[in-house]
Design a protein around this ligand. Structure first.
Ligand code: ATP
Length: 235
C-alpha cells in the first residue's frame, strides 16, 4: 500500500532522513521506533507532504505522491494524527470533527462516520458542544484520532499517541487503534517512543537511528532482539 524508497528529507542544510526505505502492506499495523530526534516525525511528515523529501520516492497504492500537496495526499486516503494532538482549541468538539471531513461532500456518509467515532469514544459525543481546548489530554488525543478518521483514511499515520498520557488512558486508546484496524481495515503506521507498547500492537516494526532504518523485522523478533531490548525496551 505504501512504499518509501531511498527517501532523503532535509531541514535547510540538515539532513533528517538518510535513504529511508519502508514498506507497508494493506491492513497492517506497523510501527517505527527510535530515540528522540531519530527522524520518526520527519518520516510521517514526508509521507503526508508537510515536509516533502528532497530525493527518493513515495508510492501510495502504486501512485507516486512525493510531489503532491498535503491536501491531495489527504484526498488520496492518508491522514496524520500529529504529535501533541494539535486540535483546534477554540472550536467545539463537533466542529473539530467536521474539520476532519472538510474535503468531503458526501453528507450522509459524514454523519455515519460521526456516529462511528462517537461509538468509539462516547465521551466525545457527551462533549460535542464543548471547546476542544477544555478537554483532558487523553480526550484531546481521542479527538485528534477521530478528526483524522473523519477523512475516511485508508492509511492512518499516528505520531506518539501515548505521549504524556496516563497508562490507563494509553491502554484505552491503543485498544481503539486495534479496533479501527480490525473493523474498518484501516492500515496503521504508528510512531512511538514507547517501543514496548508499540511492538505489542504492531505486526512488524522498523527501528530508526540518526535518520536511517537500522532494523526491520516482525514485532515478535524485535521484542526478542538483544540490541532492541537493551536500547529501547530497558531490559
Ligand atoms: P521526537 O521523538 O523527539 O519527535 P523524532 O524521531 O520524531 O524525534 P524528528 O522530529 O523527525 O525526530 O527530527 C529528526 C531530526 O531533524 C532531528 O535532528 C531534529 O533536530 C531535526 N529537525 C526536526 N524538525 C526540524 C526543523 N523544523 N528544523 C530543523 N531541524 C529539524
Amino acid at each position: 500500500m505504501l512504499r518509501l524508497r531511498n527517501v532523503k528529507t532535509y531541514y535547510g542544510t540538515i539532513q533528517a532522513l538518510r535513504d529511508v526505505t519502508i514498506e507497508v502492506a494493506q491492513g497492517e499495523i506497523i510501527t517505527l521506533i527510535g530515540a528522540n530526534g531519530a527522524g520518526k516525525t520527519t518520516t510521517l511528515m514526508s509521507i503526508s507532504g508537510l515536509t516533502p523529501p528532497r530525493q527518493g520516492e513515495i508510492f501510495f497504492m502504486d501512485e507516486p505522491i512525493q510531489m503532491l500537496s498535503p491536501e491531495k495526499i489527504v484526498a488520496l486516503g492518508i491522514s496524520q494524527v500529529p504529535e501533541g494532538r494539535r486540535i483546534f482549541p477554540q472550536l467545539t468538539v463537533r466542529e473539530n470533527l467536521e474539520m476532519g471531513a472538510f474535503l468531503r461532500r458526501d453528507r450522509a456518509a459524514i454523519l455515519q462516520d460521526l456516529d462511528y467515532v462517537f461509538s468509539l469514544f462516547p465521551v466525545l459525543a457527551e462533549r460535542q458542544r464543548q471547546a476542544g481546548g477544555t478537554l483532558s489530554g487523553g480526550e484531546q488525543q481521542m479527538l485528534a484520532i477521530s478528526r483524522a478518521l473523519m477523512a475516511r483514511p485508508r492509511l492512518l499515520l499516528l505520531d506518539e499517541p501515548s505521549l504524556g498520557l496516563a497508562p490507563l488512558v494509553v491502554r484505552q486508546i491503543f485498544a481503539i487503534i486495534r479496533r479501527i484496524n480490525k473493523e474498518q481495515g484501516t492500515t496503521i503506521f504508528l510512531v512511538e517512543q514507547n517501543a514496548n507498547l508499540a511492538l505489542h500492537v504492531a505486526q512488524r516494526g522498523y527501528v530508526m537511528e540518526n535518520g536511517r532504518i537500522v532494523l526491520a523485522d516482525t514485532a515478535a523478533n524485535l521484542l526478542a532482539n538483544e540490541a532492541v531490548k537493551k536500547a529501547y525496551l530497558g531490559i
